[in-house]
Design a protein around this ligand. Structure first.
Ligand SMILES: *Cc1c(COP(=O)(O)O)cnc(C)c1O
Length: 362
């Protein structure tokens, strides 16, 4: 393997496309004749303005983001959005949340600080191994929004179909599936994604928000940084943004365009996930933990059913050059995160290794 890199199955920060890392390396000491690295540049410089403008435009092209949506690059990770969303969107102080795993649970507990939170559906009864039926939810008329986590990174479940919000605004945490497949942005009021899962380096979130939802009348005690209006009015440059993450993400957006956009990416992701799930379905030692129709294409949790054996597999994979396969501590077992940048060969090699492990250990 070039550069002696490992196949990195980390859930985040996660693997990035090699051609992107090579470009970043080549521009490290002197970005396109500017005489400096992007890390060293003023965010108010012309050079950087072009970097951020192109990043936004490429993202708009990739996702087909309509003109009445703002794109914002904000710091504080996806976690800050758990608070920013209720602080900005709760006008009536009421919101509906669907509880599907660890990340929606965190969003729920944060939202409860700001208003009345209705958990309108939950899959807690079977340890978050499926997505509950959301075709006819009991949504109060005065709800400000309906919130989902569209891919639960830890539990490995994803939504095959969006919930019926009965005309209310849909808010979605797309952190671990952002840009993994085409997305009809106008189905949502707000989409956000921490970029260190499927796009770039840690420390930034992309927020895509319908313009009319940006409020002028927030409680004056809301910190300026936490008002979407601040970021929208200043094109993500109210204060110093995460310039480095914007630069790297911009490269990934261009890379995705170059391979054929989100349709092409989705095709590759489906093929990759199939390799993994076909193996799990035929294995006697390993099994997936999620109901088939809700399986994530990005995060694949699996178990042997024996914690000692799970630990043995994790150690063996690491020794063989497949890193970060330990399941999240709240779930146990194993988890292979096979984001956009994980090549199909990486998944195939892992499956070959697990087959061999199974043959030798059963
Ligand atoms: C990782 C993750 C988060 C939290 O992201 P941070 O950037 O660490 O705050 C939130 N939601 C989902 C779905 C995630 O995978």
């Amino acid at each position: 393997m070039k550069y002696n890199r490992t196949y990195n199955f980390s859930a985040g920060p996660a693997t990035m496309p090699e051609p992107v890392l090579e470009e970043i390396r080549d521009e490290m000491m002197n970005y396109r004749g500017s005489g400096m690295c992007v890390m060293e540049m003023s965010h108010r410089s012309k050079v950087f303005q072009q970097i951020i403008d192109e990043a936004e435009q490429d993202l708009r092209d990739l996702m087909g983001i309509p003109d009445n949506y703002k794109v914002m690059f904000i710091q504080g990770g996806a976690t800050l959005q758990f608070a920013m969303i209720p602080m900005n969107l709760m006008k009536n102080g009421v919101a509906c949340y669907v509880e599907t795993g660890a990340w929606s649970k965190k969003a729920i507990s944060e939202a409860k600080k700001y208003g009345d939170v209705h958990i309108v559906a939950s899959s807690k009864d079977r340890n978050f191994s499926y997505i509950p039926d959301c075709s006819d939810l009991d949504i109060p008329e005065n709800t400000d929004y309906v919130y989902i986590c569209e891919n639960e990174t830890i539990h490995g479940v994803t939504w095959p179909k969006l919930p019926n919000t009965k005309g209310h605004i849909l808010v979605s945490d797309q952190s671990s599936m952002f840009l993994s497949r085409p997305c009809n942005v106008s189905d949502y009021g707000l989409i956000y994604a921490g970029v260190q899962k499927n796009v770039g380096p840690a420390g930034m979130v992309v927020v895509i928000m319908r313009e009319d939802l940006i409020r002028e009348d927030l409680d004056p005690k809301v910190p300026l940084y936490m008002s979407y209006k601040t970021h929208a009015d200043n094109d993500s440059m109210y204060n110093t943004p995460n310039c480095w993450a914007i630069y790297c993400c911009g490269k990934v957006f261009k890379y995705l365009k170059s391979i054929g956009g989100l349709e092409a990416m989705n095709q590759i992701n489906m093929e990759k996930a199939k390799v993994m799930y076909d193996f799990l379905d035929s294995s006697k030692l390993f099994k997936g933990t999620v109901d088939k129709e809700f399986r994530s294409l990005m995060n694949v949790p699996f178990v042997t059913g024996d914690a000692d054996m799970d630990a043995k597999v994790v150690a063996a994979t690491k020794a063989a050059g497949y890193d970060n396969l330990k399941g999240h501590k709240s779930v146990g077992g194993l988890r292979a995160s096979i984001y956009n940048a994980m090549p199909k060969e990486g998944v195939e090699a892992l499956v070959e290794f697990l087959k061999k492990f199974e043959a030798e250990n059963t």
